[in-house]
Ligand binder design. Structure first.
Ligand code: XMP
Length: 318
């Protein structure tokens, strides 16, 4: 019978046999799949697992620092690489969503390749692939591993892609991944994190991206997500976030007329991201969050709530 404990024990044994004394590199995204993969492999081969966590400049507020700290506390052999400027420079002037995605994917491969090549004797690339990724063949949700997969055909393979691939969670469904994570002692907070797209806030800033827009959206997103947590709503929502619209609207602040940005809040219920319904968040909650955002985030004077379901709308706006 399948139990999370038996899966953990069997996999650790299998991985020890398969990997021997070899070194393995893994890109962590902060998401559930890559985190559980890392802890599982780390139980099997210890510090011969080399984890890399890249700051692409479009993560949530303080996410790079907080998640890196959490990973370190979990005892993972991890290197945080802050490449924000490299990504933001590459994104400058780009408004097209698909070009944003490709640019981020390409930069990620460059950074990951640079870092992986610093590790001597590495022979394996671990990926947090899970069963739905295998059947869909294109993962919608997979951070680094999905990025790598969708860029297989870019041309000459980066060095790290010549490595052998190990995917210990390939047979698991999402709920099983969470149960395995729990059996491994991973924090509920980490296991319950909402999905977050690999291209991050870049596809929630509609149009061109600037450092200042990233800062504004990080603040807005933080108020919204923290509000959901404080009101006990976070776990009732499958995914939530905010979009920064390329629209200015007139407002009034004291005696002054303002002309500033509009943000859209989005919260959806879903099981797999393929279809989704907007969440009927309480009006009182929305009122409080809207006030907080407008009062605290300079540059935003209007908040709207997205009441579209998927299909025909998508979860992200880009
Ligand atoms: P859409 O917007 O297509 O999103 O309804 C469905 C789910 O996929 C996530 N998403 C992405 N994840 N890279 C990712 O890793 C991407 O380019 C990407 N685009 C959308 C989205 O956040 C939602 O969970």
């Amino acid at each position: 019978d399948w139990t999370p404990i038996s899966f953990v024990e069997d996999t650790i044994e299998k991985m020890r046999k398969k990997l021997g004394k070899d070194h393995v590199v893994l890109g962590l995204s902060g998401g559930v799949d890559s985190t559980v993969t890392a802890v599982l492999l780390s139980e099997a081969i210890g510090d011969r697992l080399h984890c890399i966590f890249v700051n692409n400049g479009v993560l949530r507020k303080d996410e790079f620092e907080n998640v890196l700290e959490q990973y370190k506390e979990m005892g993972l052999n991890i290197k945080g690489v802050d490449s924000s400027d490299r990504f933001l420079n590459a994104l400058e002037g780009i408004a097209d969503p698909e070009i944003k995605r490709k640019t981020i994917g390409r930069k990620f491969i460059e950074v990951f390749d640079d870092e992986a090549s610093l590790i001597t004797n590495v022979e394996w690339l671990a990926q947090g692939t899970i069963y739905p990724d295998v059947i869909e063949s294109v993962s919608v949700n997979g951070g680094p591993s999905a990025t790598i997969k969708s860029h297989h055909n870019v041309g000459g393979l980066p060095d790290f892609m010549k490595l052998q691939v190990v995917e210990p969670m390939k047979s698991l469904f999402k709920d099983e991944v969470r149960r395995v994570g729990k059996a491994l002692g991973i924090d509920d907070e980490l296991l319950g994190r909402h999905p977050f797209p690999g291209p991050g806030l870049a596809i929630r800033i509609i149009g061109e991206i600037t450092k200042e827009k990233v800062r504004v959206l990080q603040e807005v997103d933080h108020i919204f997500i923290q509000g959901l947590k404080d009101h006990g709503l976070y776990d009732d929502v499958w995914q939530a976030g905010a979009m920064l619209l390329p629209v200015q609207s007139v407002g009034v602040m004291g005696d002054e007329r303002t002309y500033e940005n509009v943000v859209a809040l989005r919260a959806v219920e879903s099981t797999d991201g393929m279809t989704a319904d907007w969440v009927h968040l309480p009006y009182e909650f929305l009122a409080e969050i809207s006030n907080k955002i407008i009062n605290r985030v300079k540059g935003v004077n209007r908040v709207v709530y997205d009441i579209s379901s998927k299909p025909p709308a998508t979860i992200e706006w880009e």
